[in-house]
Write a protein that binds this ligand. Structure first.
Ligand code: HEC
Length: 135
C-alpha cells in the first residue's frame, strides 16, 4: 500500500511540474466559461452564471508564457494587465448581480466583460501569438 501511495504521489507531482500553464490553453477555457455565462443568461439560470463566473475569476496564471509576454510588451504590459483587471471586475459584477437575481445588471456587465476580452485581443493577440508560437 505504501509503495502504491508513493507511486501515485510521484506521478501526480511529476505531472504538476511537467508543463507550466500556457496562455492559449487558459484562454480556450475562458472562451468556454464566457459561453457558459451566456448560456446561464439565456436560460435565466443564476447558478450556472455564478459557477461560470467563479471559473473565470479563479483561472491559473499562464506561468509558461509570462516571461515572454513581459519581454515582448515591456511597459505595455501595464495595458495588458489593465484589460485583464477590467475583465475580472466585470466578471465580479456579473457574479454579484447573479446573487441579487438582477438579470439586467448581469447582461450589462456581460457586455462590459466581453468588451474588455476583445479590447485585449485587438491590442495584443496577433503580436503575442507571433512570439509565443514561433514553432
Ligand atoms: C489581458 C489580455 C487578454 C484578455 C483580458 C483576454 N484575452 Fe483572450 N487572448 C489573449 C491572447 C494574447 C490570446 C492569444 C493566446 C495565444 O495564442 O497564445 C487570447 C486568445 C483567446 C482565445 C483563443 C484561444 C485559442 O485556442 O486560440 C479565446 C477563445 C479567448 N482568448 C477568450 C477570451 C475571453 C472569453 C476573455 C474574457 C473573459 C479573454 N479572452 C480575455 C489575451 C487576452
Amino acid at each position: 500500500m505504501k509503495k502504491f501511495v508513493l507511486i501515485v504521489t510521484l506521478i501526480v507531482s511529476s505531472n504538476v511540474h511537467a508543463e507550466e500553464p500556457r496562455l492559449k490553453t487558459l484562454m480556450a477555457t475562458m472562451g468556454g466559461h464566457a459561453q457558459g455565462i451566456l448560456s446561464g443568461i439565456l436560460y435565466e439560470d443564476y447558478d450556472v452564471i455564478q459557477n461560470a463566473v467563479a471559473w473565470v475569476n479563479n483561472h491559473e496564471q499562464p506561468t509558461g508564457d509570462l516571461a515572454m509576454i513581459k519581454k515582448e510588451l515591456g511597459l505595455e504590459v501595464l495595458r495588458f494587465k489593465w484589460y485583464d483587471t477590467q475583465a475580472h471586475n466585470a466578471a465580479n459584477a456579473i457574479g454579484e448581480a447573479a446573487i441579487a437575481r438582477n438579470m439586467k445588471e448581469v447582461s450589462r456587465n456581460y457586455g462590459i466583460m466581453i468588451y474588455n476580452c476583445t479590447k485585449c485581443h485587438e491590442a495584443f493577440r496577433e503580436r503575442l501569438r507571433n512570439v509565443l508560437h514561433k514553432e
